[in-house]
Each structure stands twice: as structure tokens, then as C-alpha cells.
Ligand binder design. Structure first.
Ligand SMILES: CC(C)=CCNc1ncnc2c1ncn2[C@@H]1O[C@H](COP(=O)(O)O)[C@@H](O)[C@H]1O
Length: 269
């Protein structure tokens, strides 16, 4: 039987509640499911698992499971909408999971969270460590709503302790919808593949005008400059994007500048 399609594996992730939306009141509280099994499956993995359709038993099992899976996906959307419906003005911040506390990059996240919080925004992050934690910390310290949209991962994962509203998602694509739907702007701190994925998803939505007037701010000119140069000198020069698409990104040097750009460009009620 293919990994991720076994009843035992399904059991291990699906007995748990889909999400915990109750506010966390204390630093140190966590609401995320953890597992000591480093190789446990995840719901996303089970969904995307390839199954040999020439094996009639497996193919049949997949057909039935995938049909029912739709209801689980639906319930995750419903629960996410429900938990976040009261969020008024928010900014989503992306950034590396690997930034260590005490470093200048971590401090940049803290300053960004503080600045956004002081400007009246709730802050939404992926709820994980590194830049996510730093940003939630800054928001938390100034009493702003500090939201963490956590994702089930195949290894042990804790939501960071500075989140006041924690939501645990099984499906990446459901979680990504929430990042966009409940914020007025995206700010990207330096990051890796996860951050780039989130940045380019946002860019695509703005470029195709699925999302209107949605500033995307990149903090750290040294880090982001070469990527922006490549976008300009290769993508635009080669006609793969329009020259005006370059205006979709704003690169700044400091968290203070990022907050200023968000305040200038985001649509606020
Ligand atoms: C130590 C470690 C790898 C923990 C991973 N734990 C995570 N928890 C929550 N969101 C995450 C995590 N890893 C990646 N992401 C998502 O991808 C981005 C960071 O990925 P990266 O480090 O740039 O590529 C974040 O904005 C977040 O939304």
C-alpha cells in the first residue's frame, strides 16, 4: 500500500481537530499538534501522493478517499473564514523560518511587527520560528493582534509563543487563501523558498488584478536587490512581463520604511 494512503497514516493526522482558533492568552501557550514521528505523513502529502492507477484496489481507494477529502478541505476553509472574519486591518508578513533570535534580521522582524502594530494593523504570519516569530513578537509587544496561520509539516512543529490567534491548517492552499483574504498588504523579509513562493503567489494575484491595490514590500535592499534586478533585466527585458509590472514591488531598507509604504498604499477603511 502506498505511503500516505494507509488507514494508519490517515488515522495519525486526522483524529486531531483541524484548527484551534481560541485566542492564546499567555506567552508559551501552544495550540499546534505535534508528533514525535519524524516521518509521519501530512494531509497535504496524502492528497498529493501518486498512486498507481493500474492497481484497481488502490485506484478505487484513492477515488473514494479523494471525494471525501473535499469535505475536509471545505471544512478547513469554513473554519478559517470563521476564525478570521473579525480581523479588520491586517498586514501579512513573510520571511525565513531560519532566522535566529538575537540577530539583526530577527530584530528587523521585531521592529516591523511593532511598527505595523503601532500603525493599527493586525499582523499575520505563518506562525513558525525565525522571521515569523520575530514579527509576531513585535506585534505582541505593542498589544496588536498577532495572528499565526500554522501549517502541518512532516516534522515536529511548534507555533511561536507570540501568537494571540493561532490557526492550524492542513492544506497549504487553504492557508494561502487566508493570507491574502485577510490582509491589505504583504511585507517580505529575507527568506528562502517558502518566502519566494508566497511572494510570487502575491505578485501573480496583483498582476492579474485578482487583488487590487495591494502593496507588496520587500525589506532589505541588499537581499532583494539582485532578484529585482533579474526581474527587470531578464523578465522585463525579455518581454516576459510588462515594464509596469516592476511597479508592483517596492523595495525598502528598513522596517520603518516598510510601515510607511504600507500606510501610504494599502486600502484602509
Ligand atoms: C525550522 C523550520 C524549517 C520550520 C518550518 N516551519 C514553518 N512554520 C510555518 N510556516 C513556515 C514554516 N516553514 C516555512 N513556512 C512558510 O514559508 C515561509 C518561510 O519559508 P522559508 O524559510 O523562506 O523557506 C514563511 O513565510 C511561512 O509562511
Amino acid at each position: 500500500m502506498a505511503d500516505g494512503e494507509s488507514g494508519a497514516n490517515e488515522q495519525s493526522t486526522n483524529d486531531e481537530p483541524i484548527l484551534d482558533a481560541a485566542p492564546l492568552r499567555h506567552i508559551g501557550a501552544t495550540q499546534v499538534r505535534v508528533s514525535g514521528d519524524a516521518e509521519r505523513t501530512t494531509t497535504d502529502r496524502a492528497l498529493l501522493q501518486w498512486v498507481d492507477p493500474r492497481d484497481p484496489e488502490l485506484a478505487d481507494r484513492r477515488r473514494v478517499r479523494d471525494s471525501w477529502r473535499v469535505l475536509r478541505i471545505q471544512s478547513e476553509f469554513v473554519a478559517g473564514f470563521d476564525a478570521l472574519s473579525g480581523v479588520a486591518e491586517a498586514v501579512t508578513v513573510f520571511g525565513s523560518a531560519r532566522v535566529a533570535p538575537g540577530t539583526p534580521e530577527y530584530q528587523m522582524g521585531v521592529d516591523l511587527g511593532r511598527g505595523l502594530g503601532e500603525a493599527g494593523f493586525a499582523v499575520i504570519t505563518g506562525g513558525g520560528p525565525g522571521a515569523m516569530e520575530a514579527t509576531n513578537k513585535g506585534a505582541f509587544e505593542v498589544g496588536a493582534q498577532s495572528i499565526g496561520l500554522n501549517i502541518e509539516l512532516p516534522f515536529e512543529q511548534h507555533i511561536n509563543p507570540y501568537v494571540t490567534l493561532a490557526i492550524n491548517f492542513r492544506y497549504f492552499f487553504v492557508r494561502k487563501t487566508m493570507f491574502v483574504k485577510y490582509s491589505q498588504a504583504f511585507v517580505c523579509l529575507p527568506g528562502g523558498i517558502g518566502t519566494l513562493d508566497e511572494l510570487f503567489e502575491a505578485l501573480t494575484l496583483v498582476q492579474t488584478r485578482k487583488v487590487l491595490r495591494f502593496p507588496i514590500v520587500l525589506v532589505g535592499r541588499d537581499f532583494w536587490g539582485p532578484l529585482v534586478d533579474w526581474i527587470k533585466n531578464t523578465l522585463a527585458a525579455d518581454g516576459k512581463i510588462s515594464p509596469e509590472d516592476l511597479d508592483l514591488l517596492t523595495v525598502v531598507d528598513t522596517p520603518e520604511d516598510a510601515v510607511r509604504v504600507v500606510c501610504e498604499k494599502a486600502v484602509r477603511p
